[in-house]
Ligand binder design. Structure first.
Ligand code: SAM
Length: 427
């Protein structure tokens, strides 16, 4: 039996997600049904059996969820949506003993209240289950057993049953977050966009809690991103325990092999904050990763951590969200808006923090990282100008609701493309 699945992802990652899904099908589905579908803004469709849905949950590093399409129909009113939800055979999927949560998202819907629409979908599912089994499920918005998503366009309503449970960027091992961590699936998507391959040196000079590094190490060691967690589909009636055990068993075996691996991962990180590095170390340990080389260092003093050139990737502090730290040009440490870290390190705000910091960071890249390719994610479009470097490409990406660019700088010997001071970057 085949189903239509939709995998939402951070906007900008649709093409890499489609490529990842094709790889998952080739590597883990053993010829089981899988047909690639359309890429749409914010996600990718595919058609396949239960095994494909389970494998996507277990192995996708880029998807936010795996949603199973239940029904789709044009609508005009909340009543049309209630009728659509009431017709569906929810009793085939879950019973009234499971707790339920309904979410509605919409683009250009003519309906006035999404809250009211959410209530109507919930009512329809509860009415259906009461009619079929005599009992209504309870609602639990915090930790539901089952989630239903309704997606409204200007004309159509699509109902999805969630097979993931917690969103997939929750890998199940992270406790220490740090100040502004990237979501794991965005970090994994950026790694794919850089073209980084296991074995090539990878360096994050502002690694914070280590999201890029942990994702890269899991790729290098072939550790499935979902091997440490549970999924929504485990609570559904259609759950195929036997094929799930086979899929998960293979993933656990790969993870155990990784634990004893002595491979030189060539993955390196540094950060100015020792406190952040402690968080990163704790995260790597919880994720079952071998030690990753970390150093406490101001990024302006960075140097290549490997003899061969590689990929540098970072999301530096920007704007109000998190401050650049360190001494200013006169060597002064100034108290910033923040507080002392646990290790006594002072959060500081420089007088002209960003421009001075990024100019010196650009100098470090130009002078010391010949042959490297640097990828920097930021919401600040002026970054190349501040670094005094000309980008080779810029890829729009969304970090949650924040519109960002992934700038690529090719630091090729003798041809580092410098941006003249004062030149305004194109949008
Ligand atoms: C936006 S966070 C990076 C988050 C990281 N990608 C993660 O997933 O946790 C920016 C990081 O830059 C670090 N930072 C700030 N100023 C720095 C400097 N001068 N040199 C090196 N790191 C710095 C902060 O300590 C923080 O960890």
């Amino acid at each position: 039996m085949s189903f239509d699945f939709f995998l939402p992802c951070p906007r900008g990652l649709e093409a890499p997600l489609a490529a990842e899904l094709a790889e998952i099908a080739a590597q883990h589905l053993d010829g089981a049904a899988f047909t690639a579908g359309a890429q749409v803004p914010g996600g990718v469709h595919f058609r396949g059996g239960w095994a494909a849905g389970m494998a996507a949950n277990l192995h996708s590093r880029l998807a936010s969820r795996v949603l199973l399409k239940i029904a789709q129909r044009p609508y005009r009113s909340e009543q049309d949506i209630y009728a659509l939800a009431l017709e569906q055979r929810w009793e085939q999927w879950f019973s009234a003993h499971e707790t339920l949560r309904v979410d509605v998202t919409a683009i250009k819907s003519p309906l006035r209240s999404l809250e009211f629409t959410t209530l109507r979908v919930k009512d329809a599912i509860c009415d259906r289950l009461r009619e079929k089994s005599g009992a209504r499920p309870s609602i639990d918005t915090a930790m539901p057993d089952v989630r239903v998503f309704a997606f409204l366009t200007a004309t159509d309503c699509t109902l999805y049953l969630d097979t993931s449970g917690d969103p997939l960027f929750k890998r199940g091992w992270r406790l220490d977050k740090g100040a502004a961590p990237l979501r794991e699936n965005l970090a994994a998507g950026i790694l794919r966009l850089t073209g980084w391959q296991a074995g090539t040196p990878l360096y994050d000079p502002m690694c914070g809690s280590g999201t890029f590094l942990a994702e890269a190490a899991q790729v290098a060691l072939n550790i499935a991103p979902g091997v440490e967690r549970r999924f929504g589909f485990e609570k559904l009636k259609q759950f195929e325990a036997r094929s799930w055990q086979a899929l998960k068993g293979a993933a656990l075996e790969a993870k155990n092999a990784a634990r004893s691996s002595r491979a030189d991962l060539q993955i390196f990180g540094s950060d100015i904050s020792g406190d952040m590095l402690e968080k990163a170390r704790a995260n790597f340990e919880r994720a079952g990763l071998p030690a990753i080389a970390l150093k406490q260092l101001d990024a302006r003093d960075m140097a290549p951590p490997s003899s061969a050139p590689g990929i540098l990737v970072a999301n530096p502090p920007y704007g109000e969200r998190i401050e650049v730290r360190g001494r200013n040009a006169r060597g002064e440490l100034r108290e910033g808006r923040g507080n002392r870290d646990d290790d006594g390190f002072r959060r500081v705000q420089e007088e002209a923090p960003d421009s001075e910091f990024f100019q010196l960071l650009g100098n470090a890249l130009k002078q010391r990282f010949t042959g490297w390719h640097a990828f920097i994610l930021t919401s600040d479009r002026k970054l190349p100008g501040q670094l005094r470097l000309r980008e080779s490409t810029k890829t729009p990406l969304f970090n949650g609701a924040l519109e960002c660019r992934l700038f690529r700088f090719d630091l090729i010997a003798g041809s580092v493309r410098q941006r003249p001071q004062g030149e305004t970057p194109a949008a």
